[in-house]
Design a protein around this ligand. Structure first.
Ligand code: NDP
Length: 466
C-alpha cells in the first residue's frame, strides 16, 4: 500500500484532519502511539478510506516518497518525542509537518535539528477547532518554501475556502507559521473579551435580558460585526440549561481557562517592545476571573459607586455598544497586525499581511467580514505602519470613537469593569497623541539615575544636575 500522506496523533484534531484529507481523495495512513484512538477513528468512518498502522515503522514505510507526515499531537514534549522516533526512519527530503499549537521558538529549534538531517520541517498553524479540522480549517504554514510547495496541493485542498480561494498561504521561514497562529489566538482572546464586555454592558447598564441580547447579536451579525464569534455568542445566549431551565450562561461558572497561546502572544510582545495592551488586558481578565473566591469576598468589602438612578435610552445605547465594539475590535486587530509587522521586521520574515488577513476570512475562530477591510487596507498600502491610519479605519474610528468614550465613561461611573474596551480607547488615544507625557518619565529617569534625555529642539544627549 502506498499512502500519499500520514497523520500521527488521532485525538480531537488529528482524527478530523485525517478524515478531511481522506474526503479530499488522499490515501491517508494513520498512527497513534496508543492503540485505542486508532481503533476509535476506524469505527467513525463514513465511506472514507484510512489505513491504520499500529507500528511507527510500518506506518512510515507505507508512505510514498518524499514522505509527508502531519503531526497533530499535544504541543510540547510529545512533539519532540515523536520527532525523535521518526528521525531514524526517515530519509533526506521527507517532510514532517507540525499542526499543533507549538511555540514558534520550539518550531525553530526543531527546524534547525531536522534541517541538519536534510528533513523538511514545516510548523503549521491550524485554526478552526474540531469542526474546522474536518470541514476546512485556516492553515498557516511556515518553513522552507520548496518543502511547502511539495505539500501545498494537499494543504490547500483541505483548507477552508473564502470567495473560492483556499484559506492557506505560505507564511514565511522557520517558525513564522506558528507565530502567526499564536498571535491569531491572542487576537481571539481580545475579540472574545470585547464581546463579553459588550454583553455585560447590555445586561447591567442597558438592563436587557439574555434573550434580548441574543436577538441584538443576531442583528449585529447581519452587519459590519458579522463574525463567527458574534454568531456563536448569540446561540450560546439562547441555550437553556436542561436542569434549571435558566439561560445556560447564567449557570456557567465565571472562571475562564486558557491554554497558553494568549500568554505567549503577550510575552513575545513585551519582550520585543510591541504594544499589545488589549490582548494582554484580555489575558489578565481571564486571570482575575480565576480568582473567584477572592472576588466573592471582595464584593462584600469594597465599595462601588452609588446606584445610578437614570435609565439609559435602550435604542441609543445599543447603538453606542455596537459602535464601541466595532471600534475596539479595530484597535485590537491593529495591535495584532502591528505585532506581525514589527516581528516580521525583526526576523526579516517578510510576513504577507494582506494574505494573512485573507486566510483568516474563513475556517478560523476569528473569521469575520472585517478581515476583508483589513485585506483591502494592505492591498492599498502594503507597508502601512498601523491599520488605524488606513483611510477606511481612520474614517470609521472618527465616527465611532464617541460611542466608545460613552460606553467606557458609563462603565467607570457605574463601577462595571470593561478592561478591554477601556484599553482599546487608551491605545487609540495614545497612538494619536503626537506629544506624550514620556518627557516626564525621561526627566524622572535622569533625576534619579542620570539616564540622560534627548531634547525636542536640538540634537544630542543631555543630563541635568537636578
Ligand atoms: P487531543 O488531546 O485530543 O490529542 C492529542 C494527541 O496527541 C492524541 O492523539 C495523543 O495520543 C497524542 N499524544 C499525546 N502525547 C503523546 C506522546 N508523548 N507521543 C505521541 N503522541 C502523543 O488534542 P487535540 O487534538 O485537541 O490537539 C492536538 C494538537 O492540535 C495540539 O497541539 C493542540 O494545541 C492543537 N490544536 C488544537 C485545536 C483545538 O481546537 N482542539 C485547534 C488547533 C490546534 P493519546 O491520546 O493516545 O495519548
Amino acid at each position: 500500500m502506498v499512502n500519499t500522506i500520514g497523520v500521527i496523533g488521532l485525538g480531537v484534531m488529528g482524527s478530523n484532519i485525517a478524515l478531511n484529507m481522506a474526503n479530499n481523495h488522499e490515501q491517508v495512513a494513520v498512527y497513534n502511539y496508543t492503540r485505542d484512538l486508532t481503533d476509535q477513528l476506524m469505527t467513525k468512518l463514513e465511506g472514507q478510506t484510512l489505513t491504520p498502522y499500529y507500528e511507527l515503522e510500518t506506518f512510515v514505510q507505507s508512505l510514498a516518497t518524499p514522505r509527508k507526515i502531519f503531526l497533530m499531537v499535544t504541543a510540547g514534549a510529545a512533539i519532540d518525542s515523536v520527532i525523535q522516533s521518526l528521525i531514524p526512519l526517515l530519509q533526506k527530503g521527507d517532510i514532517i509537518m507540525d499542526g499543533g499549537n507549538s511555540h514558534y521558538q520550539d518550531t525553530e529549534r526543531r527546524y534547525n535539528e531536522l534541517h541538519a538531517h536534510g528533513i523538511g520541517y514545516l510548523g503549521i498553524g491550524v485554526s478552526g477547532g474540531e469542526v474546522g479540522a474536518l470541514t476546512g480549517p485556516s492553515i498557516m504554514p511556515g518553513g522552507d518554501l520548496h518543502f511547502y510547495n511539495e505539500v501545498a496541493p494537499i494543504l490547500t485542498k483541505i483548507a477552508a475556502k473564502a470567495d473560492g480561494e483556499p484559506c492557506c498561504t505560505y507564511i514565511g521561514p522557520k517558525g513564522a507559521g506558528h507565530f502567526v497562529k499564536m498571535v491569531h489566538n491572542g487576537i481571539e482572546y481580545a475579540d472574545m473579551q470585547l464581546i463579553a464586555e459588550a454583553y455585560t454592558f447590555l445586561r447591567n447598564n442597558v438592563g436587557l435580558t439574555v434573550e434580548e441580547i441574543a436577538a441584538i447579536f443576531d442583528a449585529w451579525n447581519q452587519g459590519e460585526l458579522k463574525s463567527y464569534l458574534i454568531e456563536i455568542t448569540a446561540e450560546i445566549l439562547r441555550k437553556k440549561d436542561d436542569i434549571t431551565g435558566l439561560p445556560l450562561i447564567d449557570v456557567i461558572l465565571d472562571q475562564a481557562g486558557q491554554k497558553g497561546t494568549g500568554k505567549w502572544t503577550s510575552l513575545q510582545a513585551i519582550d520585543n517592545g510591541i504594544p499589545a495592551s488589549i490582548i494582554t488586558e484580555a489575558l489578565f481578565a481571564r486571570y482575575i476571573s480565576a480568582l473567584k473566591d477572592e472576588r466573592t469576598q471582595a464584593q462584600a468589602i469594597l465599595a462601588g459607586p452609588a446606584n445610578r438612578t437614570q435609565a439609559l435610552d435602550k435604542e441609543q445605547w445599543i447603538e453606542h455598544v455596537r459602535q464601541a465594539l466595532y471600534m475596539a475590535k479595530i484597535c485590537a486587530y491593529a495591535q495584532g497586525f502591528t505585532q506581525y509587522k514589527m516581528t516580521s521586521e525583526l526576523y526579516q520574515w517578510n510576513l504577507p499581511l494582506q494574505n494573512i488577513a485573507l486566510i483568516f476570512r474563513n475556517g478560523c475562530i476569528i473569521r469575520a467580514e472585517f478581515l476583508n477591510v483589513i485585506s483591502d487596507a494592505y492591498d492599498k498600502q502594503a507597508d502601512l505602519a498601523n491599520l488605524l491610519i488606513a483611510p477606511y479605519f481612520a474614517d470609521k474610528t472618527a465616527s465611532y470613537q464617541q460611542s466608545l468614550r460613552n460606553i467606557v465613561c458609563e462603565g467607570i461611573q457605574s463601577g462595571v469593569a470593561l478592561p478591554c474596551l477601556s484599553s482599546s480607547l487608551a491605545y487609540y488615544d495614545s497612538y494619536r497623541t503626537g506629544i506624550s507625557n514620556a518627557n516626564i518619565l525621561q526627566a524622572q529617569r535622569d533625576y534619579f539615575g542620570a539616564h540622560t534625555y534627548k531634547r525636542n529642539d536640538m540634537e544630542g544627549i543631555f543630563h541635568t544636575n537636578w
